[in-house]
Design a protein around this ligand. Structure first.
Ligand code: USQ
Length: 399
């Protein structure tokens, strides 16, 4: 069945390949973006590894390659009139919402960047909720949240909810959140607002608590160089494995923060596309908020660096691992046991991180090695002044 799918943040690392995948699968797709991310890249002086065409050029290339059309709406999600007009006009069956400031370090640069992140993300998401309520109440919201909303609690992490027994009674709550950055907090606020919209207005939504994504290309982006997606390796927008692969390629030591025991859930960019497609194909009912933990396997940072080091050595490269001072405030050794069964039960077939997969990434990155700017690896964003970091605030529970 062909659906009408609106992809918010359709110019981004994940939004653009998602739009192409839905279009290729025969759905009618429209993308929304205001190119804010491109502006933030200019502000910080960083660029994606592979040259990225303008969105209009990519849409023309997509039309040529696939003989399919993707609609475009340029505007800001924090502008309610714009959001309402797009949702009213397109009447989506599903709204896939990636349209947020996506970087934890970016949100920690200054008060301005923190406020920008929370205002952009929280207000944009609120506008989407109101516009769905008033103009397309049948639409299913598929929202990209993050595993980082949970933080690293000392108990198992459930998928979205936790049932609490208290004084002989029992209630199921959204799982308690202890996020580690202002960015991750913005997603916690989003989750609470989405939960509210489902409980009070009867909206239908799926909140995907996604882990750290890696990978350079998808089936669709690989069809033509003009369709490449925005792959970052800088400290602010690059994620761990992507950064390590680029660092290995240019002979820069792998920047493991602190002890490297920080463990997170990871998934391949192709699995992001698969998970979002599964969420769209299995919509929530009215009044229901489905929450899935969207990752396929977990690694410590040190384990990841070790895998990249081994792959590099296999190619005859010298790859050193450097334990640099952790710019973040986070536990470097901790319990981590998040469940992630729901997407598997919907049919997710994970593409796990194999040596071949790292080799493929290294080869693709190698084609663009001349474009790597090593000064982008370290941008000195600090989570807290040294005095506050030394106080060990992350580990201390309240009284
Ligand atoms: N890390 C290093 N060295 C580096 C970069 C990162 O040791 O050079 C460590 C970090 O300290 C952290 C872990 O690797 O412990 C992951 O960091 P990351 O930068 O790959 O990911 P993170 O900041 O958590 O954010 C990314 C995406 C974000 C998404 C999130 C999913 O940028 O949009 O929400 O992954 S999750 O981590 O599950 O919250």
């Amino acid at each position: 069945m062909s659906l009408r799918i609106l992809v918010l943040g359709g110019d981004g690392y994940l939004g653009w390949p998602t739009a192409m995948a839905f279009s290729r699968a025969g759905h009618r797709v429209a993308v929304v973006d205001n190119f804010a991310k491109r502006q933030w890249e200019l502000e910080l002086g960083v660029q994606p590894l592979i040259p990225i065409r303008t969105l209009h050029e990519r849409l023309r290339a997509w039309r040529e390659v696939s003989e399919r059309e993707i609609e475009i709406h340029v505007g800001d999600l924090t502008d309610y009139a714009f959001v309402e007009a797009v949702i009213d006009g397109f009447q989506p069956d599903a709204v896939v919402h990636y349209g947020e400031q996506p970087s934890a370090p970016f949100s920690m640069i200054s008060a301005h960047h923190a406020a920008l992140t929370q205002a952009n993300n929280v207000i944009g998401n609120l506008n989407v909720l109101f516009a769905i309520r008033d103009k397309a109440p049948e639409a299913h919201l598929v929202k990209l949240g993050t595993m980082g909303e949970y933080g690293t609690p000392d108990i198992d992490i459930e998928e979205g909810y936790l049932t609490v027994q208290h004084n002989g009674r029992e209630h199921t709550f959204l799982y308690p959140k202890t996020p580690g950055s202002i960015y991750h907090l913005s997603k916690v606020h989003d989750s609470a607002n989405i939960h509210f919209a489902c409980r009070i207005w009867g909206l239908r939504a799926t909140d995907l608590h996604q882990g750290v994504v890696y990978g350079v290309e998808t089936d669709e982006s690989a069809l033509d160089p003009r369709l490449a997606t925005s792959f970052h390796y800088d400290e602010v927008f690059g994620t761990a494995l992507n950064r390590f692969c680029v660092q290995a390629t240019v002979g820069h030591p792998l920047t493991v923060y602190g002890k490297g025991g920080q463990t997170r859930g990871y998934l391949n960019i192709r699995d992001t596309i698969q998970c979002v497609a599964l969420a769209v194909a299995n919509p929530a009912r009215h009044g229901e908020l489905l929450v899935y933990n969207q990752f396929t396997e977990q690694f410590s940072v040190q384990e990841l660096a070790g895998k990249v080091q081994a792959a590099g050595r296999h190619l005859g490269w010298t790859v050193n691992i450097e334990h640099v001072t952790n710019p973040r405030v986070e536990l470097e050794q901790h319990y981590y046991n998040p469940r992630h069964e729901k997407l598997l039960s919907l049919g997710l077939r994970p593409r796990l991180l194999s040596d071949e997969l790292i080799d493929t990434m290294l080869a693709k990155i190698g084609e663009n090695r001349d474009r790597v700017d090593p000064t982008a690896f370290v941008q000195n964003v600090r989570w807290a002044p040294a005095t506050a970091r030394d106080a060990g605030v992350e580990a201390r529970p309240g009284r």
